[in-house]
Design a protein around this ligand. Structure first.
Ligand code: PLP
Length: 419
């Protein structure tokens, strides 16, 4: 393949026009949409409208007249469409960490009632730290054990003691994607519940929560959903569980009738009980713009779902980049799966020593990826706004940075707070 082939792929790409939805700074190749998605063009005007009109002019009336109260459900329904959940089953609220606390706590409460001998939360050793910290904290509170294992060991560790299998669908360090349906079925066969973190999946890969028969899910708004820094997260509970228990953060917005102001808690019907406090209206408005950029793929997807079409392009981009880097940068070890079925929408390489300065040198060239300690160079591919030629050029820059020794400049070795 040569660069012209990448250009030809872009010229023939039916999803190519989606890039125009974004404010992409000139000279930047953005391979970090798995950390913070790019700003959609509609967001600034929409947030300004909410600020000046809905807040500035209509003031408190906007909770009713502008539908502020419905935003968690309205945006939730749009995300539900992308992750295989039904309408009215998913809400947007709080952060992924907080939502994970709610669902894991609810799951442990359910198990304590139904099968008290099940005291183990099973997860992956390389799961994202916040997931492990929340699980560790809840394990203490519920008198459970948190058992960590390598991905391949998980099925054999599911047994009569397992309460919950808690996994992140696409691993943040390697991009390895679990088979959600198979692991959920294995968890159920062992009598356990399955809880999925979709932080690196929602808007990145097709997800079918109902089809996989999952029990609980949470996910992130600021990565592939392009909701902006600190965008609220989402939470989904299978309808068979949702009304069986309270979630632990029983706040007034999750009450059946918040404006009756009664002293006793009565949970709202359905997933609304997983809301807690007042919705973050400005952030929800921004997130809706981001989610709409993903849904905009649907009409360009040739009769398929938006995620199916985006997945094909994502796989082609990650394949192109991984193959080029492997061919030209023998110093780096590919740690993402080569098998398409197991690869999310990112490509990661390991180097025992120079990962951090290499990423910094790339960023200085406008090729933005990130570094995950201790040794991972991570590159996220968002097919909504990345072109094939971007994957090609990014690989060339990485080769240049390594071949020229540019990464050795002292400024690239200085550790920043966010890597
Ligand atoms: C798998 C996973 N879960 C959760 C989070 C973040 O959670 P929060 O939005 O609560 O900071 C991340 C952030 O990168 C993540 O990768």
């Amino acid at each position: 393949m040569i660069r012209d082939d990448a250009l030809a792929l872009d010229a023939a790409d039916p999803l190519g026009p989606l890039r125009d939805q974004f404010e992409l700074p000139p000279g930047v190749l953005y391979l970090d949409g798995n950390s913070l998605g790019v700003l959609p063009k509609t967001t600034a005007a929409r947030v300004q409208q909410v600020v000046t009109q809905e807040w500035g002019t209509d003031l408190i009336r906007s909770w009713n007249s502008a539908g502020w109260m419905d935003l968690p459900k309205r945006v939730g329904d749009k995300i539900a469409h992308l992750v295989g959940a039904g309408p009215g089953e998913l809400v947007v609220a709080d952060s992924t960490s907080v939502n994970l606390f709610k669902v894991l706590s609810a799951a442990l409460t359910a198990v304590a009632r139904d099968a008290p001998q099940r005291r183990v939360i099973l997860s992956e050793r390389s799961n994202f730290p916040t997931d492990l910290y929340i699980a560790e904290s809840l394990a203490h509170q519920h008198g459970c054990e948190l058992l960590l294992a390598e991905a391949d060991e998980l099925p054999d560790l599911l047994n009569a003691h397992t309460a919950v299998l808690m996994l992140t669908h696409v691993n943040y360090r390697t991009g390895r994607m679990h088979d959600m349906a198979a692991l959920t079925a294995a968890a159920h066969a062992a009598g356990a519940l399955a809880l999925w973190d979709l932080a690196h999946s929602a808007g990145a890969v097709p997800v079918d929560l109902k089809g996989a028969n999952a029990d609980y899910a949470v996910g992130c708004g600021y990565k592939y959903l392009n909701g902006g820094p600190g965008a609220p997260a989402f939470v989904w509970v299978h309808p068979r569980h949702v009304e069986r228990f309270w979630q632990p953060l029983a706040g007034w917005i999750g009450h059946a009738a918040p404006f009756e102001f009664t002293p006793g808690y009565r949970p709202a019907a359905g997933i609304a009980r997983y809301l807690c406090g007042t919705p973050a209206v400005l952030s929800l408005a921004a997130l809706e713009c981001g989610v709409d950029t993903v849904l905009a793929a649907e009409p360009l997807s040739g009769g398929r779902s938006a995620m199916a079409a985006l997945r094909d392009k994502s796989l082609a981009l990650t394949h192109l980049f991984a193959a080029r880097v492997q061919a030209t940068c023998p110093q780096l070890t590919l740690v993402s799966p080569v098998d398409d079925a197991q690869r999310g929408s990112q490509v990661c390489f390991a180097h025992p020593e120079i990962g951090y300065p290499v990423v910094q040198a790339l960023i200085a060239r406008g090729v933005i990826g990130d570094f995950r300690a201790p040794d991972i160079l991570r590159f996220g591919f968002t097919p909504l706004y990345l072109r094939y030629v971007d994957a090609w050029d990014a690989a060339e820059s990485l080769r240049d940075v390594l071949a020229s020794g540019e990464w050795q400049r002292p400024e690239f070795k200085r550790r920043l707070a966010v890597t």
